[in-house]
Design a protein around this ligand. Structure first.
Ligand code: MEV
Length: 436
């Protein structure tokens, strides 16, 4: 029997739960209890979370952690990180501590441009649509003045409008590419609203144009939407120290360490399999700070991965150089985010994250996030080229395995001792529990 339902969103939360139970769960009393346990007892907080999305039944939470000891541009930071992967915060903290005593991280916002696009089909003379756009640019920009007041007051708004001829790639396809400065907001709503207004104005102006033919006036607007490709919203982070300040790392001396490190980075430039994994490690750091600060991690992920292919081949994003006795690690990538708007003014933990970070503006937050990515990459490679990743990872994951197999408190305490010097695997944990 079909389980199609019309009007699910109109049901109350209770009714939605009942519907799910009846249609998709068998014995659902325990499942209902789980959903209820994850609801917040403070109805104000719960209503904030309910409003973030549609059809909410409960909350789904991540651990909210802190990675201390980040020295960024000579300022101390504790990084709020929301992530479920056991070893990420530990690796970030470890890298932060390592670099703290070696000058910390230096980060710089390079550019902050965001782009909106109006995609349309036009059958006619390119020169004519080009002069139409040039002649009407100011009118198109001014059409957004009512919603641009605040943004302009803060020094932002629309920078420019450019017509791009894409017709050689797709018949009759053109694009208005509109450049924005959204200051401290991510600006998605502002950009999309501007685009819709500009689109409407463009149609009006085309209709009343004396220069375009009737056929040319039949412009077909396909869509108007911001672009998540942000190659001009760029931030750089780096850390460097003298090679002889590196010391002994997990059995490797400074020179052995940097040599292996260098090879690891070079491999990520030529091998796709390694490039993706290298960048995944970077995203561990970036995403967890993005989530904790209420930013759209899907947008940043999409932008960063496309940036990783900017040379026509997907590559590892981090850099490493060894020059004149200086070992240096670097990361340069696009991070389009905001420190106002969206859920940044609503989610209590997000607000707390911003407070912990000293209420940064969006440029400073871009820098902090890039450092989180670089630190994470350093932590991962440092483990990979020395002890291997599993030692630290499984140490952190031990508690999850013990819980999975219903270990009691005594077994958990004993296991921590037992596995200090032993290899942690799924089977080893099961064997330990069976024999204890
Ligand atoms: C695991 O989440 C991330 C790493 O695989 C990253 C890397 O290999 O660089 C450890």
């Amino acid at each position: 029997m079909s389980k199609k339902i019309i009007g699910f969103s109109k049901l109350s939360k209770q009714e939605k739960i009942e519907w799910i139970c009846t249609n998709y769960l068998d014995d659902c009393q325990a499942d209902i209890e789980i959903l209820e346990k994850y609801l917040n007892t403070d109805i104000n907080i719960q209503s904030i979370h309910d409003a973030f999305s549609e059809n909410t039944l409960s909350n789904f939470y991540f651990p909210f952690s802190i990675a201390p000891n980040f020295l960024i541009n000579n300022n101390d930071y504790c990084l709020p990180m929301a992530i479920e992967e056991s070893s990420v915060v530990a690796a970030a903290s470890n890298s932060a501590k390592f670099w703290y005593d070696r000058g910390g991280f230096i980060a710089k916002t390079v550019s902050i441009e965001k782009i909106g696009q109006i995609h349309f089909l036009f059958r006619g003379d390119f020169k004519k649509i080009n002069s139409f756009v040039n002649e009407n640019k100011t009118k198109l920009i001014n059409s957004t003045s009512s919603i641009s007041l605040k943004m302009k007051g803060r020094g932002g708004g629309i920078n420019s409008i450019t017509l791009i001829d894409k017709s050689s790639e797709y018949n009759n396809y053109y694009q208005l590419s509109i450049s924005f400065n959204t200051i401290d907001s991510m600006g998605a709503n502002y950009i999309n609203s501007c685009l819709e207004i500009i689109t409407k104005k463009m149609i009006e102006e085309i209709e009343s144009s004396n220069d375009l033919t009737e056929q040319e006036k039949e412009i077909n607007i396909i869509m108007s939407i911001l672009s998540n490709s942000t190659p001009n919203c760029i931030v750089e982070a780096k850390a460097e120290c003298k090679i002889d300040e590196i010391g002994n790392i997990n059995g490797l001396n400074g020179n052995e360490f940097i040599e292996k490190y260098f090879h690891a980075i070079e491999i990520s430039k030529i091998d796709l399999g390694r490039a993706v994994t290298n960048n995944k490690g970077i995203m561990n750091g970036i995403d967890s700070v993005l989530i904790a600060t209420g930013n759209d991690f899907r947008a940043v992920e999409a932008a960063i991965h496309s940036y990783a292919s900017k040379d026509g081949k997907y590559k590892g994003l981090s850099e490493c150089s060894i020059d004149n006795n200086i070992f240096s690690i670097k990361l340069k990538l696009p991070i389009a985010i905001g420190t106002v708007g969206g859920i940044t003014d609503l989610h209590p933990l997000v607000k707390l994250s911003h407070k912990i970070l000293g209420k940064p503006n969006s440029s400073s937050l871009m820098e902090i996030i890039a450092v989180a990515g670089l630190a994470q990459n350093f932590g991962a490679i440092k483990s990979l080229i020395t002890t291997g990743i599993q030692k630290g990872h499984m140490k952190m994951h031990l508690i999850n395995l013990l819980k999975k197999y219903n270990a009691n408190e005594e077994q958990i305490n004993n296991a921590t001792d037992f596995f200090k010097e032993r290899k942690i695997t799924n089977k080893a944990v099961q064997d330990f529990l069976n024999s204890s």
